[in-house]
Design a protein around this ligand. Structure first.
Ligand code: IMP
Length: 199
């Protein structure tokens, strides 16, 4: 079985990748098992950040690596918080990032806005090794609306605020399997798997 390191320390993402990759012929190991520290994410696009994370992880482990850079893009905010989704709320130096504060900051920013359209984006990058000149890249989107108050207990990040009109529910109200079947990450991963099989 081929080993693959997941370049993320985000518990929510790791749980979803574990569920999504379970049926595959890969031994999936989180980068924490190799004490890989989080990579810098200094770039302005999801794909650049995902590539940087995948290369960093492959370099430190010597194994193929899969990274995800994802976020929430709000139409009325010109795509913000975007690549800054994990660190959207202003913090004091040294303060850790917080899903709860990010969500509160988003709600405050959107007070008075009629246009609540938003979408999640996930860009996945797989590298066979740190200097792989031909990374495999896949992207998924999931469109919805930002609620004016949180609903539900499941998921992570902005899920209690992200309303899925077709299901009349927030993502935090969905079962994990339902989210995985239609989410940005699920779509991107299924695409990536097709590309991996064809490579
Ligand atoms: P990064 O990819 O580690 O830079 O962070 C992605 C951030 O985007 C997360 O910390 C969440 O704030 C947000 N995000 C990405 N995917 C999801 C999701 O499926 N649900 C909720 N929030 C998400």
């Amino acid at each position: 079985m081929q080993k693959l390191v997941l370049a993320s320390n985000n518990a929510g993402k790791l749980r979803e990748f574990g569920q999504l990759l379970a049926p595959l012929d890969f031994e999936v190991i989180p980068q924490s098992a190799f004490n890989v520290p989080e990579a810098e994410e200094p770039y302005g696009t999801f794909v650049e950040n995902a590539l940087a994370k995948a290369r960093h992880c492959a370099r430190l482990t010597g194994l193929p690596a899969l990274a995800d850079d994802s976020g929430l893009c709000v139409a009325a905010l010109g795509g913000a918080p975007g690549v800054r989704s994990a660190r959207y709320a202003p913090t004091n130096a040294g303060e850790p990032k917080s899903d709860a504060r990010n969500s509160e900051h988003l709600l405050n920013t959107l007070v008075g806005y009629q246009d609540r359209r938003a979408h999640y984006v996930a860009v996945l990058v797989f590298v066979r090794h740190a200097d792989d000149p031909q990374p495999i890249i896949a992207e998924g989107e999931w469109h919805g609306e930002i609620l004016s108050a949180p609903r539900g207990e499941g998921g992570f990040g902005y899920d209690p605020l992200f309303f899925v009109p077709e299901l009349k529910a927030s993502v935090a109200e969905l079962a994990a399997e339902t989210k995985n079947a239609i989410s940005h990450r699920g779509k991107a991963l299924r695409l990536l798997i097709e590309k991996l099989k064809a490579a």
